[in-house]
Write a protein that binds this ligand. Structure first.
Ligand code: SF4
Length: 341
């Protein structure tokens, strides 16, 4: 199927919420954060926030991390309630890992265009064409898709997961077409078949933007999330010498933070959702960061506001719960991901 047709189909599967501008004065933000912490204590709740969340939400969280680390935090928490400041598939993953806990997602509009690219029915059809294949599902998928998969992975451990699969077995890698290419390239495997899904935010990070930012900041290292629309072109350019291979990196958000903390470089061109810049500026105040695409904002992530976190903890809703039957089947793939973390 041509990519244009695929994209048209995927776009009918989700509705982008509007991005609200929140302009609360600092004192009001502090009061709301205080209220969140009081409610967390009352409810014995842990608040987990993804790197793409609003800064004021990141600041009030118990942990701020990528999907892999947040899943690990959910798996080991002793809290009764998990408030997931992220998107729906993350809350589902927490519910699968902790079926006895209450998992709250403060706004149910927090979906994900990438997760919406593939349904369990799509996957069953695809699997039928490759009966000998191993299915590796990116964590950005619904619980129903995970239940039909052999392994789960995140951008932080996708390569490790693929390397753990015997070389002679074909791999159906889903749903991100760009990450599939990075993984095939990094593992040097020709039998990784990528599903044509994509994240509508990362897809907009394009080769022209990479070229422009490096022209403006020639000393910057280039850090790209593997979901970016420019990865194929950047991998090819790095291989041909058009981009300095030793200064071009494909990394998860957590991988970016680790890389920067270990690097002696002072400047970085960063290709991912803009929420990460809050942690970058906070953790590395003496380094300079340039967004490859200054419009890369995820509307789904930004639905979570302090007001909605407060309301969620007060009303103990909306709750995300995965049926025990689906959770049982999805758990196997998630456990394998955690074993290879
Ligand atoms: S940034 Fe993309 S992959 Fe991440 S939650 Fe938003 S839509 Fe999904």
């Amino acid at each position: 199927m041509a990519n244009a047709i695929v994209e048209e189909t995927f776009e009918t599967r989700y509705t982008l919420p509007p991005i609200e501008m929140i302009e609360d004065p600092p004192e009001e933000i502090r009061q709301k954060q205080k209220r969140v912490r009081e409610l967390c204590t009352e409810r014995n709740a842990i608040l987990l926030a993804h790197h793409y969340q609003r800064p004021e939400v990141q600041e009030v969280a118990d942990a701020v991390a990528d999907s892999l680390k947040l899943s690990q935090a959910a798996a080991k928490t002793k809290a009764d309630v998990i408030v997931f400041c992220g998107v729906h598939f993350m809350a589902e993953t927490a519910s699968i890992l902790c079926p006895e806990k209450t998992v709250l997602l403060p706004d149910l509009r927090a979906g994900c265009s990438l997760a919406a690219s593939i349904t369990a029915e799509d996957l069953l059809e695809w699997k039928a064409q490759f009966p000998n294949a191993v299915v590796v599902a990116y964590i950005n998928t619904s619980a129903a898709v995970k239940a039909e998969s052999d392994y789960c992975c995140t951008s932080a451990n996708a390569t490790k997961v693929v390397q753990a699969i015997p070389a002679e077995r074909p791999i159906l890698f889903l749903p991100d077409r760009f990450l599939a290419k990075v993984v095939a390239w990094q593992t040097q495997r020709s039998n990784v078949f990528g599903y044509p899904g994509y994240c509508h935010v990362h897809k907009t990070i394009q080769p022209e933007q990479v070229a422009r930012i490096l022209e403006e900041h020639p000393d910057a290292e280039l850090l790209l999330h593997p979901e970016c629309g420019c990865v194929s072109s950047c991998m090819a350019r790095a291989a041909e010498g058009g981009l300095p291979q030793e200064r071009t990196f494909f990394l998860s958000t957590e991988g970016m933070l680790r890389h920067i903390s270990e690097s002696r470089e002072r400047e970085f061109a960063v290709g991912t959702e803009l929420g990460i810049f809050h942690q970058l500026h906070k953790k590395f105040p003496d380094k300079t960061f340039y967004p490859v695409n200054p419009d890369a904002v995820c509307a789904f992530m930004k639905t979570i506001t302090l007001d909605r976190v407060i309301r969620s903890l007060e009303t103990m809703s909306p709750e995300v719960r995965v049926s025990l039957e689906t959770a049982g089947r999805a758990r196997r793939a998630i456990d394998r991901m955690l074993e290879l973390a």
